[in-house]
Design a binder for this molecule. Structure first.
Ligand SMILES: [Zn+2]
Length: 285
């Protein structure tokens, strides 16, 4: 890892996908949707912990909120907006776009947008698909996102992964449809491949220094802002354990949960961060 040249400080986009531990796609075959109502919710306290971290660092972020959560915790959504954070949409029911017809998908993303706008009294411009489930297999989904009135999508992780990812997608902001830009999750380009640098399980699994090096490289070599994401349940080592899941899923979900809060503190201190609509104002205004 060679030293990198200094350059003007670039502001990166910090994002949080607001969903609870039992809604993650990797558990979908173990927890039926009609069980969601019976499980203890942890999202409110976990988002509050995130708000404290952000306040300590004086950082504003973008929260991609699930409609299902917003319906149950409207005061939490209102608080995000009132504290100066951007409220964006993660859809309503956390169904992958690949498991829906275009009309089902359209209804889901319109419902969550309307609900979040109703709660906050502010327009919602951003959308992120559950599990990055839009891409070359379902280009119609981007037409739906544009038609629903979103200005930006952050739904593509340009990496190779067994559950998601479009490895050859553009790595940075690009036009998707008229009036809609795509803001992909950060990757670092090395050895003719894209490597994950924008969060998810990789941020918990890999040493922090590697994440920091990757993000610096994006800012200083690519001279681009990075799009970073995490989930409220990633800061919650006490969350109830889901039984019966395979070893790989269990490892991915639970690895290093206890290290997340101190790591995020370092991340917030080591880089400049802001909400998506301000970082990418040129494309999303
Ligand atoms: Zn999600």
């Amino acid at each position: 890892m060679s030293p990198l040249p200094s350059a003007p400080v670039i502001v990166n986009a910090l994002t949080i996908d607001v969903e609870d531990y039992f809604q993650v796609s990797a558990f979908a075959t173990h927890i039926a949707r009609d069980e969601w109502n019976t499980l203890p919710c942890r999202v409110e306290r976990n988002v509050e912990a995130i708000l404290l971290l952000l306040a300590e660092a004086d950082v504003k972020a973008t929260f991609f909120c699930l409609g299902w959560i917003a319906e149950r915790y409207p005061a939490l959504i209102r608080r995000l907006s009132d504290e100066g954070h951007e409220v964006a949409s993660h859809g309503f029911a956390h169904r992958r776009a690949t498991e829906q017809t275009s009309s089902q998908f359209q209804a889901d993303i319109q419902l969550s947008k309307a609900l979040l706008e109703d709660i906050t009294g502010r327009p919602v411009h951003g959308y992120r698909a559950p599990s990055f489930s839009v891409g070359t297999a379902n280009p119609w989904a981007f037409d739906c996102i544009a038609r629903a009135g979103y200005r930006y999508s952050s739904s593509i992780y340009p990496i190779r992964h067994d559950h998601y990812g479009v490895p050859d997608a553009p790595r940075f902001m690009h036009d998707s449809r008229p009036g809609l830009v795509e803001l992909p999750i950060a990757t670092v380009r090395l050895f003719d491949a894209n490597w994950p640098a924008g969060g998810g399980g990789y941020f918990r699994l890999l040493p922090y220094r590697l994440s920091r090096w990757s993000l610096r490289r994006i800012n200083r070599i690519d001279r681009q802002p990075a799009m970073f994401y995490f989930h409220p349940w990633e800061l919650d080592p006490e969350q109830p354990r889901i039984s019966g899941v395979g070893a790989r899923t269990r490892f991915r979900h639970y690895v290093n949960l206890g290290r997340m809060a101190p790591r995020l503190r370092r991340l917030l201190a080591d880089f400049k961060w802001d909400r998506v609509d301000r970082v990418f104002a040129a494309g999303t205004a």
